[in-house]
Design a protein around this ligand. Structure first.
Ligand SMILES: C[S@@+](CC[C@H](N)C(=O)[O-])C[C@H]1O[C@@H](n2cnc3c(N)ncnc32)[C@H](O)[C@@H]1O
Length: 333
C-alpha cells in the first residue's frame, strides 16, 4: 500500500478550487476593510508550513506538547470508539501529521482496518506528509486530499458507505469565531452519518501570560510566520510589502477570549499589489488583523457540541488542564 494524495479539481467541486484568483480576491476584500485583515488559512504555503513546524517545536508552544501527551496516554480510549468496523480516519488541516502518527501507529498495531484521509489546503504540507508516511508506515493505506476545509467536507459527504473518525487537532477550531465555529461544526455534521465520531482539539483558557508567550516566542518564529504572508502576497500576487516597515504584535482579548495577531504599519505607506491592480494605504500604527486563536472553557465545548448536533463521549485532558481533546458522536436520531 502507498500514501498518495490528489488536488481537488473543478470537476470534483462545484466552485471551490483554490486558485490564485481566489487568493487575490480575498486579499483585496481583506485589505479594503476597516480594520484591514488577512485570512490565516493563507499562512500555509510551503514556507509557512515549514515555519509552523518550527513553532510546534518551541518550548513556549505548549499546545503541541499537551496534545501529544493526551493522544499518547489515551490512544486506547480513542481506538475503542471506532475499532469495531472498517473506517476512514479523516483529518482536517492535517499539517505534518506529527501527532496523528501516534494514533496511526496504535491503530496499525491493533490491526484495525482503516484508510487515512488527510485534508489540507497546503499542497507542500501534503506532499511532505504523504512522503514521510509512505516511508514510516509502508503498510498504511493513505489517500490525501488537497482542499479547503469546506471543499474537503463536500468530498466527505460523498463517502457515504464508510464509518468515519474525523480529527480536527491543534486547536484549528480556535481560528473561527463562535458563529463560524458553529457553521463549521454543523457543516461537518451534515457531511457525516449517525454514529460517526469526531475528535476536536481545544486550547483551554488559562493563565494569560502563558497563553501570550505561546504566540510571542523569544526567537521571533511566530513573527516570521506572520510576515511570511506578506512575502507570499509579494511572491504570488506581485505585492510590494516592505517587511521592515511592519511589526508583529499579539494580544489577548479578555472579552472574546482570543489571542489576536496583528502586523502593525510603522509609518504612513502605500503598498501596490500588481495582480489586484490596486494600492493600499496604511496610516502610521495601522494594524492588519492576521489571526484569531480562541480559547475555550469546558462549558463552551459542551455548548458547541449540543448546539450543532453531537453527543459528547469523552473529554481527554492533559494533567495540567491546558488542552482538551473532546470526542463527540454524530447524533442524527
Ligand atoms: C495550526 S496547523 C495544525 C496542523 C495539525 N492539525 C496539528 O495539530 O499539528 C493548521 C493546518 O491546517 C491547514 N489549514 C488551515 N486553514 C485551512 C483551511 N481553511 N482549509 C484546509 N486546511 C487548512 C494548514 O495548511 C495547516 O497545515
Amino acid at each position: 500500500m502507498k500514501a498518495t494524495y490528489r488536488v481537488l479539481t473543478p470537476q470534483d467541486l462545484d466552485n471551490g478550487e483554490i486558485t490564485s484568483q481566489t487568493f487575490a480576491l480575498e486579499v483585496l476584500t481583506g485589505l479594503s476593510e476597516n480594520p484591514k485583515r488577512l485570512q490565516s488559512k493563507y499562512f500555509y504555503d510551503d514556507e509557512g508550513s515549514r515555519l509552523f513546524q518550527q513553532i510546534m517545536a518551541l518550548p513556549e508552544y505548549y499546545l503541541t506538547r499537551c496534545e501529544r501527551d493526551i493522544l499518547t496516554q489515551r490512544r486506547q480510549d480513542i481506538a475503542g470508539h471506532i475499532a469495531a468496523q472498517p473506517f476512514l480516519l479523516v483529518e482536517l488541516g492535517a499539517g505534518d501529521g506529527q501527532k496523528t502518527r501516534i494514533l496511526i501507529d496504535h491503530f496499525l498495531h491493533r490491526r484495525l482496518s482503516f484508510t487515512y484521509v488527510p485534508v489540507d489546503i497546503s499542497e507542500g504540507a501534503m506532499q511532505t506528509l504523504t512522503t514521510t508516511l509512505s516511508r514510516e508506515f509502508p503498510q498504511l493505506d493513505a489517500d490525501g486530499v488537497v482542499a479547503e476545509y469546506f471543499d474537503g467536507l463536500k468530498w466527505l459527504s460523498a463517502q457515504t458507505d464508510h464509518r468515519k473518525l474525523v480529527l480536527f487537532l491543534g486547536s484549528n477550531i480556535g481560528n473561527f469565531n463562535r458563529p463560524q465555529a458553529k457553521h463549521f461544526l454543523r457543516s461537518l455534521w451534515n457531511s457525516l452519518n449517525d454514529g460517526d465520531i469526531v475528535l476536536i482539539g481545544f486550547d483551554l483558557k488559562k493563565d494569560i501570560d502563558l497563553m501570550l508567550k505561546a504566540y510571542n516566542d523569544s526567537r521571533g518564529i511566530t513573527a516570521a510566520f506572520n510576515f511570511n504572508l506578506l512575502k507570499r502576497i509579494n511572491r504570488e500576487l506581485g505585492g510590494d510589502f516592505d517587511i521592515g516597515k511592519f511589526r508583529f504584535y499579539a494580544s489577548y482579548d479578555v472579552f472574546s477570549g482570543a489571542i489576536e495577531s496583528y502586523l502593525v504599519s510603522l509609518e504612513a505607506q502605500t503598498v501596490p499589489i500588481k495582480s489586484i491592480g490596486q494600492s493600499f494605504r496604511f496610516k502610521p500604527w495601522e494594524p492588519i488583523h492576521m489571526e484569531y486563536s480562541y480559547k475555550f472553557l469546558p462549558s463552551d465545548i459542551e455548548e458547541l457540541a449540543q448546539e450543532t448536533g453531537y453527543t459528547i463521549l469523552q473529554h481527554l485532558t492533559d494533567p495540567q488542564g491546558y488542552f482538551s481533546d473532546s470526542i463527540w458522536r454524530v447524533n442524527k436520531t
